[in-house]
Ligand binder design. Structure first.
Ligand code: GCU
Length: 680
C-alpha cells in the first residue's frame, strides 16, 4: 500500500513539474484519516490568461494562487465533511472526484482508489480543474480486470516467444530467461493501471517444460515481475500445469483426490506465498488441446479445480479454470459431434460443485474468438459458480494486428447481451456478480507495444469496459484518442479526431464484411490463422466446419434437425436461434444450414449478401487507407508510417478475402452477382 501511495505522489509530481502545481501528502497532515491519502491539485490557468502555445494544463504559479490553494486544503476534515455523501464506502479501488472551492479533490478509502482517481484526472485533462469537473463517485464494476499473457519463457518451435502474439517478443521473457528490462515492465504496469487492469498472468496457458518450473525453482523470476507490477496495483498470476506433481516432483500421479498430491500442492502454494505474499493465483488449461487434466484419473473438472483452490484458499488466492474443453480429434464425417456444445456439456452439470475461490473461465463465444459468434450458453448455465468471461485482445482471428479492428463494439455487444431476454441480467451483470473479466493480452516488446499502433485502443478499451461495461465504445475510443494523440495540440484537432473515429469506429464490422460471412466463422489458413482458406479446416479434426455445397451453407445446430446446440440457451434465445425466421441475420449460418437463395431479414439472399458485403468491406478498407493518408503531418511520423505500412497489408489481404470468398461461393452455387461484378 505504501508503494501505491508513492506511485501516486510520483505520478502527480511528474504531472506538476514545471507547472507550479503542488502535491501534499495528506496523511502527513494532523487529523488525517487513512482515507485522506493525498490531495493533488494543479490549478489551471483560466482560459483568458493563457498565451498562445501554452499547454492546456498550464498552471498559475503565482504565490497568491498557491496560498489560496494551500489554505483550501489544510482543513482536510472540512473537505471530507463537504463531500461526505460522495465519500461513503468507496471500497478498495473506488474514488470520489470532487471540487472544494477552487480545488479538485480525489477522495479514496485505499491507495489503489487514489491511483485510479489520478488516472481519471489525467483523462479529464483541463476539465478536471475547472467548474465543469464532473463531481461523482467511481467504483469498478468488476473487481478483477485481468490480462492473460500467452508468453512462453522458452521460445516455442512453432508458437514462438508469444503464442498468438503479433507485437514482437515477450516483455517478460526471452530465450528461456527473464528479460529483466525492468524499466519496460514498470512502464507497462503504468500503462495497464491507466487502462484499469489489476491482474496479470505472466505465462502461456499452454504450459511447456520450462514454464512449469516457474511454480517452483523459477519462482524468483515471477517474484521479480510481481515487484515491478505491484506499485501500480497489479497482482501476478501464474499458469500452471495440472501435471505439476508428476513433472516437477516425480510423484507417480497427479490425481486430484490423492493425499500426496494434495499435500504437494498445499506445500508448493505455501512457498509461493512466502515469496510473493500478494500472489493472485493459478490459471489452468486442463484436458484441453493436449494439456493434462483430471480426466486421466477418472476425475472431473470440479475435482481438479477444487484441488488447487483448496491449496490457495488460506492465502486468499484464486483459480481460473478454463472451460475451453472440446474434442480436437473429431472425425469430420461425424455430423453429430458439435464443438460449440462442448463447454456447456462438460461444465454445466458441475454447477454448484466448485469451491468459492474457483472462477470457471469461459470464452465469450462457444467456439474460439471468431469475428462473430453467439454468446456462450455457459454464461447462463452456472448460477452457482463464479464465472470469468474471457475476451481476446490479441487479434488472432481479427487481423493479427496487421488489420485495423477496434474490438470494443463487439465486446460491448457481448457484455450487453441478456441471456434470459429483455429485463433479465446481462453478461456484464453475471461477470460483475462475483465474477471476473479476463482477456488475452496483445502486448509485446514492439516499440508501439502492440505492433499496430491503433491496436493499443483494444488494450485500453478492454480495461475501461472491465471497469465500466456500460461505457459506449465510441466514447472509450474518444478517451483513447485524447490520451494517445492529444488532438488539442495538433494543427487540426477536429479533423484528427474525426478521421480517427472514421477509421476505427466501425472497423470490426468492416473486418466481418470481408471475411467469413453470417457467423459461420473460420475459413482461415490452418495453423497461423491469417488470411483466407475457405476449406482449410473443412476436413480436419478441429470441429470447425461450414458444410458449404452446391445447394447451401451453414451448420444446423437446431434441436429439430441438427446438433441440438440451440437447446443449451434459456428462453427466449433457445427459440429465437432455433427459428429460421427469427434468428438474427449475422448469426444465421452459425445456427442453420440454408440454401443460397434463402432471403435474409435484410431482404437480400444469402449468396447476394456474401457478394455485397465482401465488395463493401474491401471498399471500406480502401477508404480507410485514404483517410489515414490524410493524417500525414497531424500524427507522429513514425506512427503514421507504421499504420500506413499495415494498411497496405490489410488492403492486400482484404482483396484476397474478397476474391477467394466470392469466387468460392460463385463456383459452388453457380449463382451470378445481380450487379454483374467480376467474381473471378
Ligand atoms: C486458440 C488458439 C490457441 C490457444 C487456445 C486457447 O485455439 O489458437 O493458440 O492455445 O485458443 O485458448 O487455449
Amino acid at each position: 500500500d505504501g508503494k501505491l501511495v508513492d506511485t501516486v505522489v510520483g505520478e502527480v509530481e511528474r504531472a506538476c513539474a514545471g507547472h507550479g502545481g503542488t502535491v501534499r501528502r495528506a496523511t502527513d497532515e494532523p487529523g488525517a484519516r487513512p482515507a485522506d491519502l493525498v490531495l493533488a491539485l494543479i490549478p489551471a490557468l483560466p482560459e483568458a490568461d493563457r498565451r498562445p502555445g501554452d499547454a492546456p494544463d498550464a498552471t498559475a504559479a503565482s504565490g497568491a494562487d498557491l496560498a489560496a490553494v494551500h489554505a483550501a486544503h489544510v482543513d482536510l476534515a472540512a473537505v471530507r465533511a463537504a463531500h461526505v455523501d460522495l465519500a461513503g464506502a468507496l471500497g478498495a479501488e473506488g474514488f470520489a472526484l470532487a471540487r472544494h472551492g477552487q480545488v479538485t479533490v480525489v477522495l479514496a478509502d485505499a491507495p489503489a482508489g487514489l491511483l485510479y482517481g489520478l488516472f481519471e484526472v489525467v483523462r479529464l485533462g483541463d476539465t478536471a480543474f475547472g467548474p465543469e469537473c464532473p463531481v461523482r463517485v467511481h467504483r469498478p464494476a468488476l473487481s478483477r480486470r485481468m490480462l492473460d499473457h500467452w508468453d512462453n519463457v522458452d521460445e516455442h518451435p512453432v508458437m514462438g516467444q508469444v503464442e498468438r502474439g503479433y507485437a514482437g517478443g515477450s516483455i517478460f521473457w526471452r530465450d528461456g530467461r527473464p528479460r529483466r528490462d525492468r524499466a519496460r515492465v514498470r512502464a507497462y504496469a503504468r500503462l495497464l493501471a491507466a487502462c484499469g487492469v489489476n491482474a496479470v498472468a505472466v505465462n502461456n496457458v499452454n504450459v511447456h517444460a520450462t514454464e512449469a518450473r516457474l511454480l517452483t525453482d523459477r519462482l524468483d523470476d515471477v517474484a521479480e515481475i510481481a515487484d515491478d507490477l505491484r506499485p501500480y496495483g497489479i497482482r501476478v498470476h501464474l499458469s500452471v500445469t495440472f501435471a505439476a506433481p508428476v513433472v516437477l516432483a516425480g510423484l507417480a500421479t497427479a490425481d486430484p483426490l490423492d493425499e500426496a498430491v494434495r499435500t504437494w500442492w498445499a506445500e508448493t502454494t505455501r512457498r509461493v506465498y512466502a515469496r510473493i505474499p500478494d500472489f493472485g493465483g493459478y490459471v489452468v488449461k486442463a484436458d484441453s488441446e493436449g494439456q493434462p487434466g483430471p480426466f486421466s484419473y477418472g476425475r472431473d473438472h470440479a475435482d481438479g479445480a477444487n484441488l488447487l483452490a483448496e491449496a490457495l484458499a488460506p492465502y486468499g488466492g484464486v483459480v481460473h479454470w478454463r472451460a475451453f474443453v472440446y474434442n480436437h480429434r473429431q472425425d469430420w464425417r461425424d455430423r453429430s459431434t458439435d464443438r460449440a456444445r462442448a463447454a456447456f456439456d462438460h461444465f454445466a452439470p458441475l454447477d454448484g460443485r466448485f469451491r468459492d475461490n474457483v472462477f470457471v473461465q469461459v470464452k465469450h463465444g462457444p467456439m474460439d474468438f471468431q469475428v462473430r459468434e453467439p454468446v456462450s450458453p455457459v454464461i447462463a448455465a452456472m448460477p452457482g459458480t463464479r464465472l470469468a468471461v474471457e475476451f481476446q485482445v490479441t487479434q488472432e482471428y481479427t487481423g493479427q494486428q496487421r488489420h485495423v479492428c477496434y474490438l470494443a463494439p463487439w465486446w460491448s455487444e457481448v457484455l450487453r447481451y441478456r441471456p434470459w431476454g429483455e429485463g433479465g441480467r446481462s453478461v456484464a451483470d453475471v461477470a460483475a456478480d462475483g465474477g471476473d473479466l479476463v482477456a488475452v493480452s496483445n502486448v509485446g516488446d514492439d516499440r508501439f507495444w502492440t505492433g499496430h499502433p491503433l491496436a493499443q485502443a483494444n488494450l485500453y478499451a478492454f480495461g475501461r469496459l472491465a471497469w465500466d461495461p456500460a461505457l459506449a465504445p465510441e466514447a472509450v475510443l474518444d478517451e483513447w484518442i485524447d490520451l494517445t494523440f492529444d488532438p488539442a495540440r495538433s494543427a487540426d484537432p477536429e479533423m484528427l479526431r474525426r478521421t480517427l473515429h472514421e477509421v476505427m469506429d466501425d472497423s470490426w464490422r468492416t473486418y466481418e464484411r470481408y471475411t467469413a460471412p453470417l457467423g459461420v466463422g473460420f475459413m482461415v489458413r490452418p495453423g497461423h490463422h491469417y488470411g483466407p482458406d475457405v476449406d482449410g479446416y473443412e476436413y480436419t479434426p478441429w470441429g470447425t466446419y461450414h458444410f458449404a455445397d452446391r445447394d447451401g451453407v451453414g451448420v444446423d445446430r437446431t434441436r429439430a434437425t441438427g446438433t441440438g446446440f440451440t437447446g443449451q440457451y434459456p428462453p427466449p434465445w433457445s427459440q429465437v436461434y432455433e427459428s429460421l425466421d427469427r434468428c438474427p441475420d449475422e448469426l444465421l449460418l452459425f445456427f442453420h444450414h440454408v440454401p443460397y437463395d434463402h432471403v435474409l431479414h435484410s431482404g437480400s439472399t444469402v449468396i447476394q449478401h456474401i457478394y455485397d458485403t465482401h465488395f463493401a468491406g474491401l471498399a471500406e478498407v480502401i477508404e480507410m487507407s485514404r483517410r489515414w493518408e490524410s493524417l500525414a503531418g497531424l500524427v507522429d511520423p513514425a506512427v503514421h508510417a507504421r499504420v500506413s505500412e499495415r494498411l497496405a497489408e490489410q488492403l492486400r489481404c482484404a482483396q484476397e478475402w474478397c476474391d477467394q470468398i466470392n469466387a468460392y461461393f460463385h463456383r459452388k452455387s453457380g449463382v451470378p452477382d445481380v450487379r454483374g461484378r467480376p467474381l473471378h
